[in-house]
Design a protein around this ligand. Structure first.
Ligand code: GAL
Length: 709
């Protein structure tokens, strides 16, 4: 079956299969492609003939979309995966599920988009759960005798037999298929993000430190805890409330509990006076005790969850009810946003809930579609609510899907493996997602420090103490280290904010996995080095275990910083450094890139590397991010021996005025002087961005210095 392709935007091709005219991630988000930015990326063809992508009829009346794969091609993405980065050779069941404990593809955000290291991406825009065979299915026709190997004798035997085809089972009704050109993997991801409306730009406070208090804390206890942050000199921007703020929860009312929160307005104001925003936990299932219940009932699905309604928010009437209540009770008194929990559903034996796939909703959507889209629906509805008040929000969500890059939400999970959390950070960058490796508790001070270090170098730096009541100062020996890293995050806010502004305007993810930063050849070289270093007894056939490194335990922030976390029990590790010279961000040690280096580090430091010549815009470690009208000193810190430059973005940090051009880009250039020193020049629409009252340069730094503040 041939497909008819049209160019939907520069370097983006679209083909429609069947009649998929129903709600999909792209239509729900009402994504407006950023055409100017896409044009700047130019036109480019994918590295295969478009006609080699075709449809095949298959068993059981299925329709398969077939794409050719090259011999060593790697495929990344399929959403928030925890178990692996390279999805080549895997079958992915892309279904929303809150317990991604097995490597099947099911996860909180199973995005039906993947990207290849040959430089193209593929999106199937559908509300259906989708199965992708990413080089995991081998046709008998085309299988030769030599393909059957003997595992007893042949060390070349592999469990996953290479297949040169990706086969995607399309939903019965059909789907929209998009192919994104490169030329590099990173370009294909940028095109995908730009096509979906660009990346999100959080309010400045969203990038500060977040703390969620125990589930049943009262207003008084919460205020006392918040003040403790100030007293102990720990920066903090957002206080998160958990289920106990609702008058009843599981199902929820969205109404303040009159005993724990007798005067919500005063509570929010008092926190604001101390520089804190309030984030409210909630979930979709509406309690019979909620004032919304009666009106929402006819607009809900025909199955209950925890005795509550599952409203159909694809209906404008349902959205109106939800938004009116939330506006009046929360937004109007200053609540900054939400943690949208439980919208993924679970099948765990001791903890199972969700409406079934065969549920039906008044709009005509069924339970499968609603579950795949529920997280997106809440993100869109709440974001629109804040946008209509000319305010930015930033929050958390536990389910997402395709086309989410422009939504101001960060994913999190009840899973808690530190390495998996780092891998999820890497994987989120391939598909327009953000992820928080939140810290909840720790087995030891070392575990605590290592997790805190990672989270401080992540999209959302949060301690989620809802169940454990842990505080940043819970492990007294580790206190100074934790404080230093939270402060270092605050100092890096100009750099982080600029990285997010590039996400908004250019589609470049602020946090990126290594395949964005090294070529497939460099990647393969490093992989072989590690494989060769593994001693496997090949005389016993192929029963030995080989660990194929994926370099998914390290990542880039922006163009200039590379983070290589250590987890509890590790004192040293290998790091894949892109070519060029690198400097230990805090230690000042010098490394030659273009391969693998070894680093050792005690718990007082997380290995972070900065490119030689990089200019990092920093500021002082304020107790909370700048509010409009406030100013801080700007520090432009140049590292190493090479000349270099950086960009710096600024706006008011909380409204949407930047979308009408009330924002600016500056360029900081460091060049050599005749006497061999360095000089710096900052240029832009004004001598200084409005957020900064002064600028201080420092040149040729070898490391930040351990106690430098
Ligand atoms: C979980 C969520 C936790 C916490 C808890 C409260 O589902 O992942 O972070 O919010 O609910 O009941």
């Amino acid at each position: 079956m041939t497909m008819t392709w049209t160019e939907a935007a520069p370097g983006v091709w679209h083909a429609r299969i069947g009649d998929p005219r129903m709600l999909t991630p792209l239509t729900l988000i009402e994504a407006e492609p950023k055409l100017d930015a896409l044009k700047r990326l130019g036109k480019v063809d994918p590295p295969f003939e478009r006609d080699s992508v075709h449809m095949e009829a298959a068993g059981g009346g299925r329709r398969m979309l077939v794409l050719p794969l090259a011999a060593n091609e790697k495929l990344y993405g399929t959403g928030l995966q925890f178990m692996r980065t390279n999805q080549r050779g895997r079958t992915r069941y892309l279904r929303v599920n809150s317990d991604p404990k097995q490597d099947t593809g099911e996860t909180h955000a199973p995005v039906p988009f993947f990207v290849s290291d040959r430089g193209y991406g593929v999106l199937i825009d559908t509300a259906r759960a989708l199965t992708m065979h990413l080089g995991s299915s081998v046709h008998l026709e085309g299988t030769g005798k030599e393909d059957a190997k003997d595992r007893n004798r042949d060390a070349g035997w592999r469990a996953t037999v290479p297949s040169a085809r990706a086969e995607i089972r399309l939903p019965e009704e059909g789907a929209d298929v998009y192919i994104f050109g490169g030329p590099a993997l990173g370009d294909a991801v940028c095109r995908y993000n730009l096509f979906c409306g660009g990346g999100t730009l959080p309010p400045k406070w969203g990038l500060g430190f977040w703390h969620r208090v125990p589930a049943l804390f009262s207003a008084e206890e919460t205020l006392a805890e918040a003040k403790e942050f100030r007293r102990r000199d720990y920066p903090c921007d957002v206080i998160g409330l958990e289920p106990g703020w609702h008058s009843s929860s599981y199902p929820v009312t969205y109404e303040w509990d009159p005993e724990r929160f007798p005067d919500p307005e005063r509570f929010v104001r008092e926190l604001a006076d101390n520089g804190f925003r309030v984030n409210l936990w909630e979930h979709p299932y509406v309690s019979p005790e909620s004032g919304l219940y009666a009106a929402l009932k006819p607009l809900s699905g025909n199955y209950s969850v925890w005795g509550g309604l599952a409203p159909d928010y694809s209906l404008p009437e349902a959205r109106e009810l939800y938004v009116k209540q939330h506006q009046e009770k929360h937004v109007a008194i200053g609540v900054s946003g939400y943690k949208l929990d439980e919208c993924d559903g679970s099948e765990l034996t001791n903890n199972a809930w969700m409406f079934p796939e065969h549920a039906s909703f008044p709009s005509g959507l069924d339970g499968e579609q609603m579950r795949q889209l529920y997280g997106l629906m809440f993100q869109k509805m709440t974001n629109d609510m804040y946008r209509s008040a000319n305010r930015r929000t930033f929050g958390l969500v536990r389910a997402s899907n395709a086309a989410a890059s422009s939504l101001p939400y960060v994913l999190y999970s009840d899973l808690y493996d530190h390495k998996q959390f780092i891998r999820a950070l890497c994987n989120s960058s391939f598909g327009g997602l953000l992820w928080s490796p939140e810290v909840r508790r720790a087995r030891s001070a070392e575990d605590w420090v290592r997790r805190m270090q990672t989270v401080c170098f992540s999209p959302l730096a949060m301690l989620n103490a809802w169940g454990d009541g842990t505080k940043p100062w819970t492990f007294p020996d580790a206190e100074p280290i934790i404080r230093r890293y939270i402060k270092l995050r605050m100092r890096l806010l100009p750099y982080l904010y600029t990285a997010f502004a590039r996400y908004l305007e250019e589609g470049t993810p602020p946090f990126r996995a290594m395949p964005f930063a090294v070529t497939p050849e460099e990647f393969a070289r490093a992989e072989n080095m590690r494989l060769e270093a593994q001693t496997i007894n090949t005389s016993e056939g192929a029963y030995g275990k080989r660990n194929v490194p994926q370099w998914d335990d390290q990542y880039m922030i922006g163009d200039s910083l590379l983070v290589a976390p250590l987890v509890e029990g590790e004192k040293e590790r290998e790091v894949l450094l892109p070519s060029g010279s690198w400097i230990g961000f805090e230690t000042g040690e010098l490394y030659e890139g273009g391969g693998v280096v070894k680093v050792r580090s005690g718990i007082e430091t997380i290995p972070v590397f900065v490119r030689d010549g990089a200019v990092i815009p920093m500021t002082s470690a304020l107790p909370h991010a700048l509010r409009p009208g406030e100013q801080a000193p700007l520090e432009l810190v140049h590292f190493g021996t090479a000349e270099g430059e950086c960009r710096l973005y600024d706006d008011d940090g909380i409204t949407l005025e930047h979308e009408c051009g009330v924002c600016g880009w500056w360029r900081a250039v460091v060049a050599r002087t005749e006497d061999g020193g360095f000089k710096g020049e900052l240029s832009g629409p004004a001598p200084l961005p409005a957020s900064y009252g002064s600028v201080k340069w420092s040149f040729a730094r070898m490391g930040l210095g351990y106690h430098d503040e």
